[in-house]
Each structure stands twice: as structure tokens, then as C-alpha cells.
Design a protein around this ligand. Structure first.
Ligand SMILES: *Cc1c(COP(=O)(O)O)cnc(C)c1O
Length: 376
């Protein structure tokens, strides 16, 4: 989608907040422990290159992304720090990773054997992290036998440099530690079977780190905390308390592009789900579900000028309407999502409203919305 530079709708990102969140986490790390900054999915919608640069300035040892193209984007931006792809990359693309000094995750034994053929052909060495499935049930080794065979395969194998071994937690953001402990034990068991020596062992995500469930390891994979959001975002339970201070970086802003009064019996939007029962002032905002602002937000209150106004009628592809208590001029600022965590339209409240987590709301906001950076 082309970015809409000639439309008043932007995602603003405060790089100052991002810098402070990273600084706070760096101070919180155990002695000698390093940070791998997770900037997958365009840095959770915040802008991968911009966030990666700040993370490196503040001392991150490396970066994590989800897919190979995200790693290449960072390399093309002249970022030279280690980059790990957390997902599964098809074996045929392993030479591209090797040629760009990008590290890949070993998801299983078959992958390793396939990749070796491609590396052999082109005489390349690939950096790899052994993925362990300690209970996330996603990718990585979960059987001793395969893990031992992979270790044997990697031993004295010049096609591979074992840079890491890692697992991922399924419930580090939960107050109940039962499953978390099970995962810690399973990982410790796999670790005891190692016959190769990975440079970095890493297991913590943001939640494990900031809720003080740190598992002694070489690195923390710090993701959502970079963006100033508490990973404990389950709508059904109160947030766990973060041991570091977090400051949300993202806000989503637009302007009124149309204002009018409608009269009794007049409808608003597709299907006329809102019908005025008296004279009503309606404002139009040039943002819709094609920007990732999904239809489920109907009824959510956004800040128009100084007033919180409900979205009325169905959200269209490119526009939505609000019901206003008074006439306001064209161009009046509309804060759809606020970076003030105490505002009623903060991103956690927005996520709760549509029954999801703030991770998803941030990722939904797509490329049609230009990112505007400032440091405050
Ligand atoms: C996304 C991801 C992270 C970061 O998680 P946060 O909750 O954002 O800190 C860490 N590790 C893996 C494997 C991931 O996929």
C-alpha cells in the first residue's frame, strides 16, 4: 500500500521513549547479560530501522526479526550487528542469509540436513541458533534423540557456526508460574545434552525479564518493552507489575476532514447502524479498516479536540464518523490512540475494546499510515 503522505493521518513514534525503555532494561540486566532487541514486524509497527538504530546506540548486542526479508532490510540500512531470524527460513534461502551475515534458527533436524546441501554447493558458512521447544509448541527440538543427533551433525561441521541456543516462553506474563517452571526445567534438560558450545544461550522475553523471572542466560530477547508496553496484557487479569519503568512510544493521530449536523431519522455509515434521534453533530475522520483500524472499533471513544467522542456507524474502508457534543472546526486534531497510558484511549484500552492484546493493535496499523518520528 502506498503511504498516505497527503492525508492527515499518521502514526507518531517518540524515539525518546524508546531510548529510555531500552536504557532502563539495560540497567536491569544481570551482570554481563546482553540485550537482543526484537524488531520483527517493522518493530511492532514502530519502524524497524529507526528502532534498531536506537537499540544499537543504547548498547544492544544484536537484533531479532521474524523473517529473512526483515533481516535484509536492516542490512540494507547498513546495520552490521548480529541479526537472528526467529522463524523458519526455507532451506533454499539459507545461502542468502549466509551471504548477508544473518543468523538463522534451526527448527529441526531435517532443516539442518537440507540447509547443509545448499551451503556445500556455494561454499558458505551459516550462523545458526538451535531452537528448543521447551513447551511453546511452535518450532525447535522437543525430543532428546533429535537434539543429540543435531549436536552430532553440527560438531566439526564447517558449514555452520553455532552462535546460539534458545527457547521461548508461553506464559511468562502470567501470575501462575507452573507451566513457566516446567519450561525452565525442560530447557535445562536439553541444555545438559549439548555437545556443541553455543556462544549465546537465551530464553527470556520481555515478560520473563521485567517480572523478575530471569533465567540465568547470556541474552534477553527484549521486544514489547522497547515500545513501552507491559506484556501482561490479558484483558481478563490485572497487569503484573513491571520492575522497570515503561513509557509507550506510539500514538495514532488524524484530523477532522468534515463536520456537519444531521437530523432526526438520518443514518450514518453502511447499514445505517446509527440513526439520529435529534439534531446531531457528526465529524468525519479519514481513517478506516484499510489502515488496520478494524471495524470492531465501532463505539470506541477517540479524542477530538478536548472531547472523547464515540465512533458511530460502521467504520468504512477509509473513513469513520464520530458523534460530537459541539461543532469543532475542520482540521481539529483527533487522537485515535494516545501514548499517554492514563488516557482512556491508550493502546491497552483500545486492545481491550476489541478483545485482543496491544501487540496486535500496534501491528495492525499498516504502511498506508506514514510513521512520523520525534525525540522528546
Ligand atoms: C516475539 C518474540 C520475542 C519478544 O517477545 P516480547 O514479549 O515482545 O518481549 C522473543 N522471542 C521470540 C522467539 C519471539 O518470537
Amino acid at each position: 500500500m502506498v503511504p498516505g503522505y497527503h492525508r492527515p493521518a499518521v502514526v507518531k513514534v517518540n524515539l525518546g521513549a524508546i531510548r529510555r525503555n531500552i536504557k532502563n532494561e539495560m540497567k536491569h540486566l544481570a551482570t554481563g547479560q546482553k540485550m537482543l532487541a526484537v524488531v520483527k514486524a517493522n518493530a511492532y509497527g514502530h519502524g524497524a530501522v529507526e528502532v534498531a538504530k536506537i537499540a544499537i546506540e543504547e548498547g544492544a548486542a544484536g537484533l531479532c526479526v521474524a523473517i529473512l526479508d526483515e533481516a535484509l532490510q536492516l542490512r540494507h540500512a547498513d546495520i552490521v550487528k548480529p541479526i537472528l531470524v526467529l522463524g523458519v527460513v526455507s532451506p533454499e534461502y539459507a545461502p542468502i542469509a549466509a551471504a548477508n551475515n544473518v543468523s538463522l534458527t534451526i527448527p529441526n533436524l531435517e532443516w539442518l540436513k537440507e540447509v547443509e546441501k545448499y551451503l556445500e554447493k556455494e561454499q558458505l558458512q551459516l550462523k545458526v541458533h538451535i531452537g528448543v521447544d521447551s513447551g511453546m509448541g511452535r518450532i525447535g527440538f522437543n525430543e532428546d534423540e533429535d537434539f543429540i543427533a543435531a549436536n552430532k551433525f553440527l560438531q566439526n561441521n564447517d558449514n555452520f557456526y553455532v552462535e546460539g541456543m534458545f527457547a521461548h516462553f508461553a506464559s511468562a506474563d502470567s501470575a501462575d508460574d507452573t507451566y513457566f517452571k516446567h519450561q525452565v526445567e525442560k530447557f535445562a534438560h536439553m541444555r545438559s545434552l549439548l555437545t556443541v558450545k553455543p556462544k549465546w544461550i537465551h530464553v527470556d522475553n520481555t515478560a520473563a525479564s521485567i517480572f523478575n523471572k530471569d533465567v540465568p542466560s547470556d541474552c534477553v530477547r527484549f521486544g514489547i518493552g522497547i515500545y513501552g508496553l507491559n506484556p501482561s496484557s490479558n484483558p481478563d487479569s490485572p497487569d503484573l507489575k513491571s520492575s522497570i519503568s515503561l513509557e509507550p512510544a506510539l500514538s495514532f493521530e488524524s484530523e477532522l476532514t468534515h463536520v456537519k449536523t444531521i437530523h432526526e431519522g438520518d443514518g450514518v455509515g453502511y447499514g445505517s447502524t446509527f440513526v439520529a434521534d435529534q439534531d446531531t453533530i457528526i465529524g468525519t475522520v479519514p481513517v478506516g479498516y484499510a489502515d488496520g483500524f478494524i471495524r470492531k472499533f465501532q463505539g470506541f471513544k477517540v479524542k477530538v479536540g478536548d472531547e472523547y467522542c464515540p465512533i458511530v456507524g460502521r467504520i468504512c474502508m477509509d473513513q469513520f464518523m464520530v458523534k460530537m457534543p459541539k461543532k469543532m472546526p475542520l482540521g481539529t486534531k483527533v487522537v485515535i490512540i494516545s501514548n499517554d497510558p492514563t488516557a482512556p484511549n491508550n493502546i491497552k484500552a483500545a486492545a481491550d475494546y476489541v478483545d485482543t492484546i496491544h501487540y496486535e493493535v500496534a501491528c495492525l496499523l499498516n504502511d498506508r499510515l506514514p510513521r512520523v518520528y520525534y525525540e522528546k
